[in-house]
Each structure stands twice: as C-alpha cells, then as structure tokens.
Design a binder for this molecule. Sequence first.
Ligand code: NAG
Ligand code: NAG
Ligand code: NAG
Ligand code: NAG
Length: 435
Amino acid sequence: MRRRVRLVLLCFVCGFCSLLYAFSQLSDSLEERESGIKTPRSTAALRSGRRARKGAGSVGLGERRQSSRFKDLSMSNWNPYWMLPSDVCGMNYFWETAFRYSISIKPTEKMHLAVVACGERLEETVTMLKSAIIFSIKCLHFHIFAEDQLHKSFKDILDYWPFPEKFKYTLYPITFPSENALEWKKLFKPCASQRLFLPLILKDVDSLLYVDTDILFLRPVDDIWAFLRKFNSTQIAAMAPEHEEPRIGWYNRFARHPYYGKTGINSGVMLMNMTRMRRKYFKNDMTTAQLRWGELLMPLLKKYKLNITWGDQDLLNIMFFYNPDSLFIFPCQWNYRPDHCIYGSNCQEAEEEGISILHGNRGVYHDDKQPVFRAIYEVLQNHSFGDDLVHSLLHPLEQKLQKTAHTYCGRIHQVFIKRLTKSIKNHYGTRSKGI
Ligand SMILES: *[C@@H]1O[C@H](CO)[C@@H](O)[C@H](O)[C@H]1NC(C)=O
Ligand SMILES: *[C@@H]1O[C@H](CO)[C@@H](O)[C@H](O)[C@H]1NC(C)=O
Ligand SMILES: *[C@@H]1O[C@H](CO)[C@@H](O)[C@H](O)[C@H]1NC(C)=O
Ligand SMILES: *[C@@H]1O[C@H](CO)[C@@H](O)[C@H](O)[C@H]1NC(C)=O
C-alpha cells in the first residue's frame, strides 16, 4: 500500500517537472520571436498606461501613443535589458524584479544632460530631449534650466513620456549671481550665459553634457559621454572647433579678443568634468594669481564686454586660450552645423562616419534655407515613442532628403543619415540581445 502511494507521488513529481520544462521551453521560444521588438517599452507601457489614466492629455503627444501602448502590453514582461541599475533613474520596479528573480544589480553611472531654455524654445528643447532618449543606453538625468513660465509645459510633457526608468529630470529657474544679474542676462541671447554657472549651481554633479536647445542626437548620448574617460590629467572640458576651414572662420577673421586654437571653439555641445572645473586654478590675463572658475567669470566679462560678439562662447574661448592644456577637442561630427556644408562639405569625419550630433544653429530647423536640417528636425518632432524607427522615421526622412539635392547640404544628404541608420540598427539589435 505504502509503496503504491510512493509510486504515485514519484509519478506526480516527474510529471510536474516535465511540465515545468515544457513551460520554460515555450517561454524561451516566445522571447526569441519577440526579440526583434524587445525594448524596455513594455514596462514603460504599463507604467505610462497607469499614468495616462491619471494625467490629462498634454500637447498632443498622448493620443497617438495609446494604440501602440496597447500593442506593447501584450509583449513579454521579462526582459533582462530593463535590469538597469536601480539607483539610477531609481524606479521601484527594478528592485521588485531584482528581488523576485534574485538578480544582482551593479549600479552604473548615470549621464547628466543640461540645457537652458528661454523664450520660444520649448518645442525645440523637447525634441532634443526626445532624441537623447531614443538611442541612449545608460540612464539620463536632464537638468533643465528654464524661465518660470515654461516650467509647467515641460512638466506636462515629460511626466507623460514612457520609459520613466530611463530618464529623470529636474527643472531649475534661471539664476545669476545677484550683484550682476542684469549684466549676465543681457549678454548675447537672454539666458545663454546661464551655462557658465552650471559648475557652481550643480555642485553635486561630477560630469555634465551641456547642449544648446537646437541640438539633435543621432547617436546614443553614451558615445559622447565616453570621451570623459579619454581626458588626460589636465583636461576639464571638451568641445568641437568653431570651423574646419580657416578661410570661412569667424574668430580668425573678426574676433577682437583671444580665442582657442586656429578657428576658436563652438560651445553648443560642451562636455564637462565639473569636479575638475571647480578645483582648477585658471591662468588669465587679469591678475598674476590664478583664479577659480567662480572668481574668473565676472572680471572676464568686465574686461571683454565691449569686444565680444557671441557672449558666453567668446568668454570660453578666452578662458581656454589661456589654458589650452585643459581642453579636449572632439571632431566636427559631434557638433555638425550648417557651416560644415553650406559652402561645400568641410567636415571630413562626418563624411567618413556620418553625423553623430546635429546642431541646427542660425534657426535652420524653422526656415527653408537648409531643408536637410529642417527635415531631420521634423521627423524627430513628429516621432512618438513606440513608433517603428525604420518605417516611421528613417524611410520618410530618406524620401524627404532626396528632394533636397539642389542645396549644398542636400548634395551630401547621405552624410546626414549614415550614422542615424546605424543607430537605429543598433537600437533594435542590442536591445533584443539583452545585456
Ligand atoms: C572627473 O574628474 C574627477 C577628478 O579627477 C574624477 O575623480 C572623476 O572620475 C572624473 N569623472 C569622470 C566621469 O571621468
Ligand atoms: C578690444 O578691441 C579693440 C579694437 O580692436 C582693441 O584695441 C582692444 O585691445 C580690445 N580689448 C581687449 C580687452 O582685448
Ligand atoms: C592633455 O592634452 C592636451 C591637449 O592635447 C595637452 O595640451 C596637455 O599637455 C595634455 N596634458 C598632459 C598632462 O599630458
Ligand atoms: C510632420 O507632421 C506634419 C503634420 O502631420 C506633416 O505635415 C509633416 O510633413 C511631417 N513631417 C515629416 C518630416 O514627416
């Protein structure tokens, strides 16, 4: 009798085990099939679905997403790629999952991105942030400095975005040292000089990528962030040259102040190790003593205010003229501007590797002078998270660019999408493989 009970029990256990095995096989094969579309989206979809019910629709971004969100819900909820470090954009979800599946998480670095938005720059800034999120791998922390009247609009849009586990943001008012606030505000464009004070305001942030609002990332932020590790012991910041071709350079022909290198530097994309900036004593032409960053700015403005044209960028040029060993120069493909193509193509790195970061200065995203720049801006502006990047972004863009071949920049339009195409491929590729 007892033996029979044992036999039955054994059979039961065996049956249970084979059932388990069958299930694990099934789920594996399901995952494999989904691999093409496996992105961190599904958790995000769940989360933002919850949010969507709570929040009010904002700025037309919500509506269109609903359908894709639905589709996402059916996707596998188990994807190792989401096991991003927890401290990062710190979502409980990761702790929960880690706990449930007893996965050990090793915290990695988070990338800090700062932007200063004033006046009519809301839409442009939002499009820049979107392009940063689309391709980036590590977590992002956005530090958004904006005029008070823009704060609510930023909140209404960003709170509604999916991927809360991929980014976090903080809004700050525009502030200047009280004694000279007015003078700093007037310099160049309103608010532009805010960025000079970032090392002093963001005291707890080690490193930071500052970008102008008219920047678009065509490649993961991770890739430019990696330059920080290439700094030698004296370098504290990285920027691209203002020009490749001295014959059309501005500084070498017109500047009435010292500037860095042959053609000066452009400050639209500026990578900083702020720990080092705060520690460094800068050589200068005002006193024999070397000054800290915070002590340097005002005397510099006072001395050069009548001679500078491009505001804070000129001040940076003066600073690094006197401290050239502190600057890391990255190639022009990391800060690609109309100047690189409107008089003929002169950014060789971009021709070889494609454009990594696009900088639409001179307002080219909003007028018809450089249709290539505008087309890229518009497809990214139109893009909703969750849309397929190949069919809803790359293909329409290729079609638009073919119509721009009559312009100087349009003639080399393949340079504009070379890197973007690769980024899109990697986006789907790496994500499906997990970590
Ligand atoms: C920035 O510089 C400090 C001091 O040299 C260093 O400890 C830190 O690791 C650097 N940050 C990055 C991201 O390289
Ligand atoms: C400003 O420009 C004028 C005219 O070029 C020049 O003489 C003067 O030395 C400049 N001032 C400084 C502080 O460089
Ligand atoms: C770091 O690189 C800069 C730029 O190439 C150079 O001027 C400087 O001397 C280097 N510093 C050291 C310590 O090698
Ligand atoms: C973006 O959307 C608008 C309105 O739906 C459309 O007119 C425009 O052609 C789109 N632009 C691109 C580049 O897809």
